[in-house]
Design a protein around this ligand. Structure first.
Ligand code: PLP
Length: 430
């Protein structure tokens, strides 16, 4: 596979943009190669600037649940665009999307739109602190909640891939108010939340972790978290930036029937345009300016193109059977992938599947938290990644991410992907 144009562009980009990329996870350092520059996409496929075709399993890191360029979303964006791209004033599109979100997501009675997931989580913890008058936030090791200062403590995604504990530039004064504890550990959770010396405002959690690779909550863990936070008056924030409109129409909270106080959304609700949102109980959301004193604002918030794309996407997801079909196809793929991995590298992989996102860990044991994820053979993942890319399968260039399925991934596409994966595993086991 010739990637000459990509290589040339990466050199150019490196001179102009730090690391040649506008988000660290796009760099392929940890898998030992250079990023591919993309020219266009359609359905489940991407084409790079050298004309190579790939089956895409990143889906822009989650948003493209309908695949690339779904006609109804493109039409909605075009229609909105004809009327102007930004007004800095309220529009009817915001009401429509807000209504869809409130109807779909159990915890959300009022919602504020922002332009990224980071803005959503950052604003949600400010709100939780403003509402409770407390300081400390609790997160989980390997949880990623965007790149705001308070979250860069034992964070997942690009932070763990780069192997850095936090980030220079974040004052100790800020991170001393962030506590990070192990995922899926009820004892540690209870001990921390009940500690009378801690002035805990909120707990923020990915109800299905996606940024240390996919890790499911153990049965009972989220319920325990809900019970404790309710009892202690701590705000529970579900970061559903990945799981919102992915785990189900109502997100992971609907799937597990656990209602947080606040919910952060992103990725899918923008239908491929830059959007985030946070919402929750009226009583708490009313503290946001201008209704209340907690300040949060945005020039492009509620952007009409993004609102139109989000709306068209959510309406497509409301079609009966959408999730059943998508999840069934992903489950079939996961089983077949597991068979291939077990046949060629017995006892050396673990697959975690949550609906239509999965991670193939090159780990010998089960992965249920950050430490167990860290036992993965990342060198092997790097080899796997490079071989898969050469075979035309576009995966996350890091072990601790997910493989995203969309409704555009037809069974034939997935069978093709499995056939190619089997030949890659033959190489890996040789
Ligand atoms: C992607 C992500 C974010 C950050 O969203 P951005 O739009 O990249 O700022 C926050 N939380 C989770 C769980 C995410 O996966």
């Amino acid at each position: 596979m010739n990637r000459k144009n990509s290589q040339k562009m990466f050199q150019q980009a490196n001179k102009l943009i730090p690391g040649g990329v506008n988000s660290p996870v796009r760099a392929c350092k940890s898998v030992g190669c250079d990023p591919v520059f993309i020219k266009k996409a359609a359905g489940a496929r991407l084409w790079d600037v050298d004309g190579n075709e790939y089956l895409d399993f990143i889906g822009s890191w989650g948003p493209m649940i309908l695949g690339h360029n779904p006609p109804e979303v493109i039409a909605a964006i075009k229609e909105a665009m004809e009327n102007g791209t930004s007004f800095g004033a309220p529009t009817p599109l915001e009401i429509d999307l807000a209504q869809l979100v409130v109807d779909a997501v159990p915890s959300v009675e009022k919602v504020r739109f922002v332009s990224s997931g980071t803005e959503a989580t950052m604003s949600a913890i400010r709100l939780a602190r403003g509402y409770t008058g407390r300081k400390v936030i609790v997160k989980f090791n390997g949880g990623y909640h965007g790149h705001a200062d308070s979250f860069l403590v034992k964070a997942g995604s690009g932070v763990v891939t780069l192997g850095i504990p936090g980030s220079p530039g974040v004052p100790d004064d800020i991170v001393k108010n962030t506590l990070s504890i192990p995922y899926n550990n009820e004892e540690k959770l209870e001990e921390t939340l009940r500690n009378p010396e801690l002035d805990i405002a909120c707990v923020i959690i990915e109800p299905i972790a996606g940024n240390m690779g996919v890790v499911l909550p153990k049965p009972g863990f989220l319920q325990k978290l809900r019970n404790l936070t309710t009892e202690l008056g701590i705000i529970l924030i579900f970061d559903e930036v990945i799981t919102g409109f992915r785990a189900s129409l109502g997100g992971a909270q609907a799937k597990f029937n656990i209602t947080p106080d606040l919910t952060c959304l992103g990725k899918i609700i923008g239908g491929g345009l830059p959007v985030g949102a946070y919402g929750g109980k009226k009583e708490i959301m009313s503290q946001i300016a201008p209704e209340g004193p907690v300040y949060q604002a945005g020039t492009l918030s509620g952007n009409p193109l993004a609102m139109a794309a989000g709306q068209a996407t959510i309406k497509a997801l409301m079609q009966p059977g959408f999730y059943e079909e998508l999840d069934a196809r992903a489950a079939w793929f996961a089983r077949e992938l597991g068979n291939i991995a077990e046949k060629h590298l017995p006892g050396r992989t673990c697959i975690n599947l949550a609906g239509s996102v999965l991670t193939l860990f090159f780990s010998k044991g089960p992965v249920y938290d950050f430490d167990s994820a860290m036992t993965s053979d990342t060198k092997m993942y790097g080899r796997y990644y490079r071989e898969m890319l050469a075979a035309g399968l576009y995966l996350a260039p890091a072990q601790f991410e997910g493989m995203f399925f969309s409704s555009a991934h037809r069974r034939e596409d997935l069978q093709l992907a499995l056939d190619k994966t089997e030949s890659v595993f033959r190489i890996l086991s040789a």
